[in-house]
Design a protein. Sequence first.
Length: 325
Amino acid sequence: MKKSSLIGLVLLLVMSLLLSACSSSSEANGSEEKFLRIGTASMGGNFFPLGSAISTIISDHVDGFVGSAQATGGSAENANFLGTKEVELALVQSGTLREATTGTGAFEGRKIENMRGLTSIYFNEFHILVRKDAGINSIEDIKGKKVAVGPAASGIEINTNQLLEQYGITPDDYKAVHGTRQEATDGLQTGQVDVHIYGTGVGSAQVSELLRTGEVKLLPMSQEAIDKMIEEYPDFGTAVIPTGTYENQEEDIPTVAGSSVLVAHDEVDEEVVYSVMKQLYENKEDLISAHQYFKQMNTETATNGMVVELHPGAEKYLKEVGAIK
């Protein structure tokens, strides 16, 4: 064997031994990094960038853990993933959270009982977006139209049906168009979709883009429908999209709002969840720089829309800062 080849072989052997020793030492000291997987939604919506920002805070500030944002089908799939422990954390809309924990609606007969709350992140005003050329002047006119409802069994689809049922409209009364949030937005612009009911924070960039075209408008909810929905689904509340929030919006739009909630499964360690909570709130400015919706996240409203029991780690942190007793 050539001398250079022998030297190379020796160096490879030494490096292998060093790496093995470092790995063994790390394992012996319990210092190997672990992943905290976060269920989000498709990349075209808000949950994915929110989850990505949270994962960055975890990776940078929670000792021994790396955050990992997972693209998913959204709230309903995230609840299922928490139930099977395929993710440790997830973003879930409050309406979906209630159905999953009570075994109702899309979760009929299959309760998911291991989810625990951390904090509400932001509030989702329902934007009822319709094409102006679709002949829809009221929510009742949605019957027979093409409605974008997100991925199959997603939180978007659940929320859409919850709202429409207040007007006597069932899933059999319209043509469901499944796809990502971006596909719903594109569909409204091209005419492949007539309606999209989008639960998102006021001032959404995607809604702004649609209304700026002048081809899409917002429909208001009637007070009767709002009252009925809140009575049936207490995880929602009254909301208004103020006049002039978007281009070509010339009046207040009465609607309802839910919460987007960060949850974990019940086997995630209490101290880990406490650390996640602490680092999220102490590094809130970094989160805001990643996404404006984090401006709404605060300890005073952390339990709004929280229809599940708080995780002990979250409870410990919120008590520590005086948000709850």
